[in-house]
Design a protein around this ligand. Structure first.
Ligand SMILES: C[S@@+](CC[C@H](N)C(=O)[O-])C[C@H]1O[C@@H](n2cnc3c(N)ncnc32)[C@H](O)[C@@H]1O
Length: 254
């Protein structure tokens, strides 16, 4: 009998975005593994708790906290430092899986948004299996912050017949990709849109999406850029953290 891990997408901030499948998966789990990144915003941990309290029918559900080690500063070797970090996370999960789950039992990992988008959980679980630890797993999709962004701005991500690129602030720093029409930017702590400022781009920006603190701004990039910067700085100071995502789109066809 193998241990089974349910990797559950829990949506990006609004508990109402939990799917029926995600709720059923939560209720199948014998143990819920809760990451604790130390630096992670208390607000995110609170949301996970609220989801569990609201949707788990057994009031005595069991949680186990997983201390997530800090990533060493990337220096010049970003991939190397991420790889080393994942190895350490995999080791702590593997230890907890063997200590806390009996063979045939089922554990759950609650993943922010959807597990398929800029999240390492799947790679970490694959790494544990590759090391020879017997484990099966299932993925339950969740509503991603990108979907919430599009819904709240009431836009489609792609133009008719055109592609959409999903990338990071780190990549956008190289410039707006010449062959793209619509680009979604995640994981941008530096307001990288400033470096691609052009009257030919529109921006649809959202922060704290799905939460009561949600912020939305859209318009011609050069016209709303300063407002986004000021709003972002203020909100970040007020809350002590921020999560934002945006779509940049050429306002003339590529
Ligand atoms: C590590 S990635 C995880 C993405 C997640 N798996 C998803 O599907 O949304 C974190 C990034 O997602 C975006 N993000 C996640 N939740 C968000 C929210 N509620 N509001 C705005 N952006 C969010 C931000 O760009 C943030 O830097």
């Amino acid at each position: 009998m193998m241990r089974n891990i349910l990797i559950i997408g829990i949506g990006a901030g609004n508990p109402d975005h939990m799917t029926v499948q995600a709720i059923e998966a939560l209720n199948r789990a014998d143990v819920l593994f809760m990451p604790d990144k130390g630096t992670e915003k208390a607000a995110l941990q609170q949301l996970r708790r609220r989801i569990c309290d609201r949707f788990i029918r057994n009031p005595d559900y069991r949680t186990v906290t997983v201390a997530i080690p800090q990533r060493a500063p990337a220096g010049s070797d970003y991939r190397g430092s991420v790889d080393d970090w994942h190895a350490r996370i995999a080791a702590s999960y593997q230890r907890l899986f063997s200590e806390e789950l009996a063979e045939g039992q089922c554990g759950a990992l609650l993943v922010w948004g959807d597990p398929a988008l800029y999240d390492s959980t799947l790679r970490i679980v694959e790494r544990i299996r590759a090391s020879g630890f017997a484990l099966d797993y299932e993925v339950i999709p969740g509503i991603s912050s990108v979907q919430v962004l599009a819904a709240r701005h009431r836009i489609a991500l792609n133009r008719i017949g055109e592609p959409v690129l999903i990338t990071t602030g780190r990549k956008l720093a190289d410039g707006f990709p010449a062959d793209q029409d619509s680009v979604v930017v995640m994981l941008d702590g530096d307001q990288t849109f400033r470096h691609v400022a052009s009257a030919e781009l529109d921006i649809y920006w959202g922060a704290y999406l799905g939460t009561p603190d949600e912020l939305l701004i859209s318009g011609r990039l050069t016209e709303v850029m300063a407002e986004i910067e000021a709003t972002r700085a203020q909100a970040r100071q007020r809350h002590g953290w921020i999560m934002d995502v945006y779509l940049l789109r050429r306002n003339r066809p590529a």
